[in-house]
Design a protein around this ligand. Structure first.
Ligand code: NAD
Length: 477
């Protein structure tokens, strides 16, 4: 979309990245092609009566790979949605799910619409109609195809999809598992809204646990004090920026939005800025820093970490050479084109790739799907039992110290923290953290061990493709 005219499309870009990795594997003849191609894309055009007229909308649902079912992938609402984009995003979902060991194939959906032009009731009507078209073709189904939020969609749309599926499948006991990212009251899970941003934070924390990896990016030390530029303060960008600034000591020095960028070298107050954007529709005139009308030029600002969290293709052959960040975390899908990727690799920029960096969303979606199928909230059975066992230990320690007249006391706050059993949110965070750590380690092993792999993206693709290939080989085609 924002790539230069001579660059390949988003889907071709993903395929080129796939090819780079697949060339390093010894796959059986024909399997590489089978994995790369998108299995099917369904295009739907439907009418909705709005504001006294019938408006026609175009939507897509692509299924990239069904080596595991259900297939999984978000639904995007944006005026720029088209088949090539949806197929690229579906392909990324295949490799992403494999990398983080979420047992799904890859899919993605999109509706060509500017959601800001419609009110909530209208969006509900349009979403219901779109969902109806997909459900009746099993393109939304708990066992076959499970969407989630993406750009321009959120909890509300997911609740409408779940409700529409339920109306059309009244005897399906697993109906709620037909879509993830739902509000809690509609079968959602704690921690899903912020999961992708939280995953970006966990990805960076894991990266900074390995000083030799940090050194490869010409950086040193911890996340504390690192200067960060974030593009897009939506669901993913906002949560990533909020957690990194309030929990890890990062300074978010620049935020780039649709209408420009805002800069504050001392670090922006992300919660206040987001509140401003929601109320005023952009960053212009906000009182928190200096405004720059040319937001895209701010991608080239001096910083330690650049987090593109809005759109694909924003770092392309037109600006790659000028990017100064030594470390880029792809919170968005496909923000760096294949051409720019090559330029950056040659410059020595370290890229934490999308298929890993934004996998927190699908990871927690996986937990939500499991919760819906098991019909019970995580932690409900064991929480109080865990607390009771911890209480036993604390009581016993206190008794021993009393009986032996030892003068020791537990640190302030220890008892409270230790005694509290894990609820759903704690378990979701623990599962997400474990997943992000494990997936990073599987990539870095290859990054360090193979001389022919010089970047984390190729390493991530290698892990993902190998797992998809194994799955095809095991099940037979
Ligand atoms: P969102 O709609 O919540 O937010 C997108 C943000 O980007 C908005 O604040 C918007 O104003 C801003 N934006 C749009 N155009 C811009 C431009 N030209 N310049 C600067 N900012 C611009 O979307 P999201 O859910 O946060 O998704 C963002 C990216 O993350 C997408 O690439 C999406 O595929 C990816 N992603 C999202 C999830 C998820 O769980 N939501 C999961 C994985 C990946």
């Amino acid at each position: 979309m924002s790539t230069t005219a001579t660059e390949p499309s988003f889907r071709q870009s993903v395929d080129l990245m796939f090819n780079r990795a697949a060339a390093l594997l010894d796959l059986p003849p024909g399997l590489e092609e089978k994995i790369r191609v998108c299995n099917a894309t369904y295009t739907v055009r439907f009418g909705v009566r709005l504001r006294g007229e019938i408006r026609t909308f175009t939507g897509y649902r692509s299924v990239h790979s069904e080596h595991m079912e259900p297939v999984k992938g978000g639904i995007r609402y944006a005026p720029t949605v088209h088949q090539d984009e949806v197929e690229a995003l579906a392909a990324l979902m295949t490799y992403k799910c494999a990398l983080v060991e979420a047992p799904f194939g890859g899919s993605k959906g999109g509706l060509c619409i500017d959601p800001r032009q419609y009110d909530r009731d209208e969006i509900e009507k349009i979403t219901r109609r779109f969902a109806y078209e997909l459900i009746k073709r099993d393109l939304i189904n708990p066992a076959q195809n499970v969407p989630a939020p993406d750009m321009g969609t959120g909890e509300n749309e997911m609740a409408v999809i779940a409700d529409q599926y339920n109306r059309m499948n009244t005897t399906d006991i697993n109906a709620r598992a037909c879509v993830t990212g739902k509000p809690i009251h509609a079968g959602g899970i704690q921690g899903r809204v912020e999961a992708t941003g939280r995953g970006v934070q966990y990805a960076l924390r894991e990266f900074f646990r390995h000083p030799e990896d940090v050194k490869r990016a010409n950086l040193a030390g911890s996340l504390d004090g690192k200067r960060v530029v974030v593009q897009g303060l939506g669901n993913v960008g906002y949560h990533a920026a909020l957690f990194l600034s309030t929990e890890d000591g990062c300074k978010i020095t620049h935020v780039i939005e649709r209408d420009g960028a805002v800069e504050n070298p001392d670090g922006l107050d992300i919660a206040a800025l987001r509140d401003w954007i929601v109320r005023h529709g952009g960053v212009k005139d906000c009182p928190f820093g200096t405004f720059h009308a040319d937001g895209r030029a701010v991608l080239e600002a001096e910083c330690d970490i650049l987090i593109p969290a809005a759109l694909e293709g924003v770092i392309n052959l037109g600006n790659a050479e000028n990017i100064k960040a030594p470390l880029i975390v792809e919170a968005a899908n496909g923000p760096i084109t294949a051409g720019a990727d090559e330029v950056l690799r040659h410059k020595g920029t370290v890229i934490i790739p999308d298929l890993y960096a934004n996998a927190g969303g699908v990871t927690v979606s996986y937990f939500e799907w499991v919760k819906n199928l098991s019909h019970i909230r995580f932690g409900r059975m064991q929480r109080r039992q865990e607390e009771a066992r911890h209480q036993l230990i604390v009581d016993e320690l206190e008794r021993i110290s009393r009986d032996a007249s030892i003068n020791w006391t537990l640190s302030p706050g220890f008892k409270e923290k230790y005694l509290r059993g894990a609820g759903e949110l704690e378990l979701v965070r623990s599962g997400l953290d474990d997943t992000m750590r494990g997936a990073y380690q599987s990539m870095r092993e290859i990054w360090w061990e193979r001389d022919d792999v010089t970047d984390l993206r190729t390493a991530g693709f290698l892990v993902g493709i190998k797992r998809v290939a194994r799955s095809y080989e095991e099940k037979g085609i």
